[in-house]
Design a protein around this ligand. Structure first.
Ligand code: GLU
Length: 475
């Protein structure tokens, strides 16, 4: 007999963007499925109608696509399955595994109050568990509650947390179906995971307590509990709850900050999972190496500097053509870049491609890459920054005029031919190359830092270079 196929799922609630913790959960599920030749399904848990939004759903789907974490099959919307959830609740009722509870809101509040005062975690006292429904008040719409075991233990053998045990006396009879007939989250998750054939649940450890409640539903239905893995949440660098400043942002924010999907995946996989001391993983390596046994129990700490360094690594190693594409893509996500976007055409794309080998050496993010490439897109006459303006003294503007004449004679414009011409010029005028290069850079780029000056000349081309020099020169 062959082993059953591994099925994982990512089950976000669309009440906000795809945050970084959710992205890591998706990645772990994706890796586990890929490693075992299985499937990762996507279920949008949109049962909270008030808080679920179309924008959030779009942001989740976009975020997953951008991270290249594709799911198998169609997206499953939990709300659309409400009838099936009800059916299971009714079946449990028919089997005597659940019962109708007619407790009023006031009675429930009083029960909770009492339980708290007595320091009990079991909030519902089971008042309708064994009561004859014939005595039910006619004006209360009943909920359906699970007839949960009152003695013994509920145990989860968690792949990450180990064996976790709850005393059943501390767990109350949970609501499966509300008075208005809507299923509770707890019921919906179990029915969906079962019907979707999920074999492995991998999610944040904020759901660990839910696992106990869900196990009771599995037991009542006689269904097999999937393998459970509750992964520690991501904390801030100081160990506190992850704040916005410390990275609790949507995946779209990381995209807009110029991170590459491959770099973010690599960073995320190491948040809570390790494989020896390896830090850099190609996607294939990640899939091959990933295992739940490598997931630690301690909360992972988010570290922006590390993410940035990793991103720099991925940028340096990315192929130039794909960086041009990413450069272009990210402009849609960064506010105020529409002007730059409008300047992209075959010429500027070719210039970018030419400059890429040196641009990518200096950039840790695509934003830095964009910034480094500013000189390609600058309009004549160039706006000079303060340092460049200070450098272009009257004397140096004369020098620029002379350089213009010298470069004008260059045949076959390239970094090599312009370099040769500038070296001869410097020699003939007893100047150091640096004394020539700095004013030249200021005139060509409007700044005092840029890629190598011969490369700048080459990328800008003859006409644009000479034009820019003319703009800044005096005779
Ligand atoms: N919808 C839940 C959440 O977004 C996840 C539920 C689950 O993974 O079981 O936190």
């Amino acid at each position: 007999m062959t082993a059953p196929q591994i099925v994982t799922r990512f089950a976000p609630s669309p009440t906000g963007f795809l945050h970084i913790g959710g992205a890591r959960t998706a990645l772990f599920n994706w890796l586990y499925a890929k490693k075992h030749g299985g499937k990762m399904l996507l279920r949008i848990e949109d049962t909270d109608r008030e808080r679920s939004t179309k924008e959030a759903i779009d942001a989740i789907l976009d975020g997953l696509k951008w991270l290249e974490l594709g799911w198998d099959g169609d997206v499953i919307y939990q709300f659309s399955r409400a009838a099936r959830h009800r059916e299971v609740a009714e079946q449990l009722l028919a089997d005597g595994k659940a019962y109708r509870c007619y407790a009023t809101a006031e009675e429930l509040a009083a029960m909770r109050e009492k339980a708290r005062a007595e320091g009990r975690t079991r909030l519902y006292d089971g008042m309708w568990r064994d009561r004859d429904p014939a005595t039910a008040p006619s004006d209360v719409k009943p909920t359906i509650r699970l007839r949960a075991p009152q003695t013994g233990e509920t145990v989860i053998e968690d792949q990450v947390q180990g064996r976790v045990v709850w005393q059943n006396e501390n767990l109350d009879d949970l609501v499966l179906l509300r008075g208005d007939g809507t299923p509770t989250y707890m019921l919906a998750v179990v029915v969906d995971d079962h019907d979707m054939g999920v074999t492995h649940v991998i999610r944040g450890d904020d759901h660990l307590i839910n696992a106990a409640r869900q196990k009771q539903i599995y037991d009542a239905m006689g269904w097999t509990l999937p393998s459970m893995s509750h992964i520690p949440l991501i904390h801030g660098p100081d160990g506190s709850k992850l704040s916005k400043r410390h990275g609790a942002l949507g995946v779209d924010a990381y995209r807009a900050m110029g991170y590459l999907p491959a770099a973010l995946r690599n960073y995320l996989v190491r948040l809570g999972w390790s494989h020896g001391d390896q830090e850099i993983f190609s996607t294939e390596e990640m899939i091959a190496a990933f295992d739940l046994s490598g997931v630690g129990r301690a909360a992972a700490r988010f570290d922006f500097a590390k993410l940035e360094n990793l991103n720099g690594h991925y940028i340096r190693h990315a192929d130039d053509q794909s960086l041009v594409r990413m450069f272009e893509d990210v402009l849609d996500y960064v506010p105020g870049r529409s002007e730059l976007k409008a300047k992209l055409n075959d010429t500027t794309r070719a210039q970018l491609l030419k400059a890429m080998p040196s641009l990518k050496e200096r950039a840790k993010t695509l934003i830095e890459l964009i910034d480094g490439a500013y000189f390609i897109f600058a309009d004549r006459p160039l706006e000079l920054d303060a340092k460049a303006a200070a450098l272009l003294t009257g004397e140096n503007r004369k020098l620029i005029g002379q350089l213009h004449s010298a470069l004008e004679k260059v045949e076959g414009w390239s970094s090599a031919t312009t370099e040769a011409a500038l070296r001869i010029f410097a020699e003939e005028n007893s100047l150091k190359l640096g004394a020539v290069a700095q004013p030249l850079r200021a005139a060509l780029t409007g700044r005092t830092t840029s890629p190598g000056i011969f490369e700048v000349l080459d990328v800008l081309g003859r006409e644009e270079s000479l034009g820019r020099l003319k703009d800044q020169s005096t005779t």
